[in-house]
Ligand binder design. Structure first.
Ligand SMILES: C[S@@+](CC[C@H](N)C(=O)[O-])C[C@H]1O[C@@H](n2cnc3c(N)ncnc32)[C@H](O)[C@@H]1O
Length: 203
């Protein structure tokens, strides 16, 4: 998690610890793909490590999402699960020692994200960024005005130097067979990311 200055800090908007805040720095274009619907690319070169855009939408309790209606624009705020190694977006933190308040325990209440961002009816360009099994963006949780990790802001950050017009993508982080329809049947979605090591399915 990145801690940035925010509304409660006495520094101003020019503070260097507000890297992910402010306007979009790159000219992003939404374009149509043959198999994945809409997608996003940048007209500008994006250097590795640069924050590209925030995933913006309506903050919702995950339990309040209507699962009967298809909505492709839900982003689970799974920073806590990722850090605790609870089937989060990536399991890279598993062998890293965590602060005691994050130590893994058996409480199942923390095993699923409590909140999500629903960009179905309102959002920004981030809602059109597709999944790739070999992505050029990564998900970075950011805390600024508060320190509640369950409500962290979600930034998409360049994982590589990205040349102009290359499609932007991040790993949606689904475990295979983890998505069910309202009747409890496993849903599957074919992945068309085209990466050499493609897992062939989003979920
Ligand atoms: C957040 S939206 C991304 C924008 C979407 N392509 C659109 O046209 O609005 C997520 C949806 O895009 C599609 N999608 C994203 N990445 C994909 C991929 N690698 N292969 C196939 N479909 C993908 C799936 O339909 C997915 O549910």
């Amino acid at each position: 998690v990145v801690f940035e200055c925010g509304l409660n800090c006495v520094c101003g908007p020019d503070c260097v610890n507000r890297t992910s805040q402010g306007e979009l720095k790159y000219r992003l274009e939404v374009f149509r793909t043959p198999k994945k619907g809409w997608a996003v690319r940048s007209w500008d070169y994006i250097p590795s490590g640069a924050p590209v855009c925030e995933y913006v939408g309506e903050l919702m309790k995950t339990d309040d999402i209507d699962t009967a209606t298809e909505n492709n624009y839900i982003f689970d705020i799974d920073c806590l699960q990722t850090m605790k190694g609870l089937d989060g977006r990536e399991r890279r933190m598993r062998d890293v020692s965590l602060p005691t308040y994050l130590e893994r325990d058996d409480k199942t209440s923390d095993s699923v994200p409590e909140f999500c961002i629903d960009a179905g009816s309102t959002g920004n360009v981030a809602r059109f960024i597709n999944h790739s099994c070999q992505p050029n963006l990564f998900v970075q949780c950011v805390l600024s005005t508060h320190h509640d990790i369950k409500l962290a802001r979600v930034m998409l950050v360049a994982a590589d130097n990205i040349p102009p017009l290359k499609e932007l993508s991040y790993d949606y982080g689904y475990a295979l067979d983890s998505v069910m329809d309202p009747d409890g049947r496993i849903r599957q979605m074919t992945c068309y990311c085209g990466a050499p090591g493609c897992r062939k399915r989003l979920f």
